[in-house]
Design a protein around this ligand. Structure first.
Ligand code: CAO
Length: 556
């Protein structure tokens, strides 16, 4: 029994065990890796040092060890059973032993690999055959970048044995038949050429009567795929399979500790900072290959660009060259329009919107407003329905405090505002702006009309200051002069509601006895459904319509 210890690790005190490549009972060659250790500067594979059988493993993943620490123990191979002898065995021997040897114990496999099928005790074992590196075209000295099996593993025909890589491509070498891996004849990073012996395989054979029903090709290795016992074993070489070719039919790799990847891929992932649990394997049985890690990194590198394009991590819209379909010209957005677009997008994405529509009968209001015309001219103000709507909203907001509120950062509390600063959207030449009427509830119709005129004028001339546009508690967007029968205004977050107003229409209304022409004002109330429920919105709208329908309610 010989100890395998941490070798010279230079000037670092400790290294971490980041991979254990063998299990107790595994037959290993001298240059096979036992564990992989890693310092903050580099990782290093610790080889067995001699051919033999692993008798104990003294460390576990994550352990920190110093130079000289015991990693594992190994029992040197004897001449009768050692790996060395397997290497030297005549690869062309075809005569099965007269008495079949007992099935080899199946060593535990690497975490995440599909469990091999157990070997039925009645199955006779054929002679060992060598698996050779097949024709690899012009390539010379291709490198073994991954070894997917170890001595004792049971494989089905077609299962991945190892991966070699030239400077142009990587190729998988599958098992030519079902069997037990007898010995590995190459090591990681070793250069090999066509015809070189890669490993020796002890083919399995089944009596025909024992053959189970066929299973899908992607299932775990199973003995039903074994070569017939009567078929002589031969020096075998299967065509290499380009890694990508099998990707589509393989199941995805499982997550967490169940990552199925070889040491070379793991090393690459560590170097690139890739979490292999997030990488989908395209190799045989979901094994992660180098190309998967590269593709993962490429996707992640593109991700920030997409985020910037969509603003919220939402998949970006395709970039289309519209000039392919006809003449186009580019008109840059104004600064205000760009800022408005961002605010609207942010509100739309953050606020679950619901819009409630209703018509207010403002026949009496309109009569009254028109009756003020001469006086308004004398005062030098234009009185539109908007002043009355602002006034009515203030009265209703006082009865429905949650509409004059914001949600706090936890989204668990209302911030009820005891002031009524009403914003109104202005269609200014440079874009939409929302000046705010301060303490609108304290202003009469003349004052309100005057403030609205002044702020709208300032907005159209681009003269609004920050103070004119901040502190709003509720907003109104009036498209009344333009038309429409209803729309969905976007809540001006962090406010929780906004009232849209469309063009007044004369409509017949049934009063219980007859239809009469009435001046109906279409209203659209959008609200943040986190803060306001539908019934509350319904009551708010009913109260608003009632006030607009009879302004005497303002003095109740
Ligand atoms: N139905 C019918 N006529 C209406 C009306 C309505 N709902 N609202 C206003 N009017 C009339 C006015 O009485 C006025 O008529 P007179 O000139 O005969 O008196 C005329 O339409 C023009 O009004 P106005 O637009 O000058 O004034 P206002 O107070 O109604 O609106 C303002 C002011 C600044 C809100 C408006 O000019 C504006 O910019 N609206 C656009 C808002 C907007 O872009 N909203 C969309 C934002 S995105 O959600």
């Amino acid at each position: 029994m010989t100890d395998i210890r941490v070798p010279d690790i230079g000037d670092v005190d400790e290294v971490e065990i980041i991979e254990i490549c063998v299990s107790v009972g595994d037959q290993v060659l001298a240059n096979e890796s036992i564990v992989v250790i890693e310092s903050d500067k580099a990782s290093m594979e610790v080889p067995a040092g001699q051919d033999g059988k692993i008798t104990s493993i003294e460390v576990k993943l994550g352990d920190r060890v110093a130079e000289g620490s015991l990693l594992a123990t190994i029992e040197a191979a004897t001449s009768a059973t050692g790996a060395e002898e397997k290497v030297a065995a005549d690869a062309t021997a075809v005569v099965p032993p007269a008495v079949p040897p007992p099935a080899e114990p199946v060593a535990p496999r690497e975490a995440g690999k599909p469990a091999p099928a157990p070997i039925p005790a009645s199955i006779p074992s054929a002679a060992e055959v060598d698996v050779l590196l097949p024709d690899i075209g012009d390539a010379k000295d291709v490198i073994v970048i991954e070894i997917a099996v170890k001595p004792g593993d049971v494989v089905a025909a077609g299962d991945l044995l190892l991966v070699v890589e030239s400077d142009k491509a990587s190729m998988e070498v599958p098992s030519p038949s079902a069997g037990t891996i007898a010995a590995l004849l190459v090591a990681l990073d070793q250069a090999v050429n066509a015809g070189d012996r890669l490993l020796s395989l002890k083919p399995l054979a089944l009596k025909p009567a024992d053959s189970p029903a066929p299973q899908p090709a992607s299932s775990a290795p199973s003995v039903q795929q074994a070569a017939p016992a009567s078929k002589p074993a031969e020096r075998s070489a299967s065509p290499p399979v380009p890694s990508q070719a099998v990707a589509a039919e393989q199941p995805p790799v499982s997550s967490g500790a169940d990552v199925y990847a070889g040491p070379a891929v793991r090393l690459m992932a560590r170097e690139l900072g890739v979490d292999l649990t997030q990488v989908k394997g395209s190799g045989s049985r979901g094994r992660i290959v180098k190309e998967d890690v590269q593709a993962f990194v490429k996707t992640r590198l593109k991700a920030p660009v997409q985020k910037a394009a969509s603003g919220s991590g939402i998949p970006a819209l395709p970039v289309v060259d519209f000039s392919r379909f006809g003449p186009v010209e580019i008109e840059p957005m104004s600064r205000i329009r760009r800022a408005g677009a961002q605010n609207l997008h942010r509100s739309w994405l953050n606020v679950p919107h619901v819009t409630q529509n209703d018509d207010a009968d403002i026949t009496a209001l309109e009569e009254f407003r028109k009756s003020l015309k001469a006086e308004a001219e004398r005062r030098g103000v234009k009185v539109t329905p908007l002043s009355f709507i602002v006034r009515a909203c203030c009265a209703v907001l006082k009865q429905h405090a949650r509409f004059n509120a914001s949600l706090d950062a936890s989204v668990e509390n209302y911030v009820l505002k005891r002031y009524y600063h009403i914003g109104f959207a202005v269609d200014a030449p440079d874009g939409l702006v929302v000046p705010v009427i301060r303490d609108a509830d304290r202003l009469g119709i003349w004052e309100l009309s005057s403030v609205i005129n002044d702020l709208a004028d300032k907005a159209r001339r681009g003269k609004l200051g920050m103070n004119d546009m901040s502190g709003g508690t509720f907003s109104i967007s009036s498209l009344g002069a333009l038309g429409g029968t209803g729309f969905t205004p976007i809540v001006n977050a962090p406010e929780v509601a906004i009232l849209g107003v469309c063009r007044l229409v004369t409509k017949p209304q049934w009063n219980g006895r007859e239809f009469l022409p009435r001046e109906m004002l279409p209203l659209s109330l959008s609200y943040d459904h986190r803060a306001i429920n539908g019934a509350e919105a319904g009551r708010f709208m009913a109260d608003l319509c009632a006030v607009l329908g009879d302004l005497r309610r303002l003095i109740l």
